[in-house]
Design a protein around this ligand. Structure first.
Ligand SMILES: C[S@@+](CC[C@H](N)C(=O)[O-])C[C@H]1O[C@@H](n2cnc3c(N)ncnc32)[C@H](O)[C@@H]1O
Length: 214
């Protein structure tokens, strides 16, 4: 499903931004604009709360960057049987991801914003944060579009994180901060899903675990 025209331009800006990061810092947390591996991995822990590791499953990692999540799963869930697909807008990211995870069974990577298959679960870490200089309303269209794609491509549910607002409400130029409530309501009303809020994990962020309503 192609993005509507205003979002095509947003996607192009995102691709350029992250392409530049990975060219500068390589396949490292800084290369996907995170400060360090421990916080990158703390986010993965929250997102993976969605998944039942007692049985095999398929997983779409949307905005996969260089595929750090699949490396994390291999280290911390070595017995898990996971059919993993990483999707990223950035061609440069996907080429790093393919190089890094070459020859590893059950891992594939594709370039784009389209999520080309339905999996049991979807996850998206850090995809909503860097708004650049887009107007907030346009960025929220991008967020809504990405959530719709995740919903349409996840059989059992998806998990996504956001940056939380600061207590004094101050904005950080270029970053998208939000309260959970509007996106929990969006999941219920527009996606027919329930959203479980996960917060209090030591970062000014929150994670939503989104499951189809019964
Ligand atoms: C902050 S980085 C995080 C990378 C990875 N999730 C991690 O935690 O290591 C965000 C990534 O999402 C990608 N991205 C942003 N919006 C996207 C979209 N709608 N579809 C696919 N990829 C997207 C960017 O190109 C970038 O590589």
């Amino acid at each position: 499903m192609a993005a509507p025209p205003p979002l095509t331009a947003v996607h192009a800006r995102i691709e350029a931004y992250y392409g530049d990061k990975v060219a500068r810092y390589g396949a490292t947390p800084r290369g996907v604009d995170w400060t360090c591996a421990p916080t990158q991995e703390l986010r993965f822990i929250q997102l993976l709360e969605l998944c039942d590791f007692c049985r095999p499953f398929s997983l779409n990692d949307v905005g996969c960057g260089y595929g750090a999540l699949t490396g994390f799963i291999a280290r911390f869930h070595p017995r898990a049987e996971i059919d993993y697909l990483g999707v990223d807008l950035s061609r440069a990211m996907i080429s790093r991801a393919r190089r890094r995870h070459r020859g590893m069974a059950g891992r594939r990577f594709v370039v784009g914003s389209d999520i080309p298959r339905i999996a049991d679960y979807g996850v998206a870490s850090g995809v909503m944060n860097v708004m650049l200089d887009h107007p907030r309303a346009l960025w929220e269209e991008f967020v809504a579009d990405t959530l719709r794609r995740l919903r349409a491509s996840s059989r059992l549910g998806f998990a996504v994180n956001f940056m939380a607002r600061k207590p004094d409400g101050a904005e950080t130029p270029g970053l998208y901060r939000t309260d959970p409530a509007p996106w929990i309501a969006f999941c219920r009303q527009a996606l027919g899903s329930t959203a479980e809020l996960v917060d209090g994990y030591g970062m000014r962020e929150f994670t939503l675990l989104v499951r189809p309503a019964a």
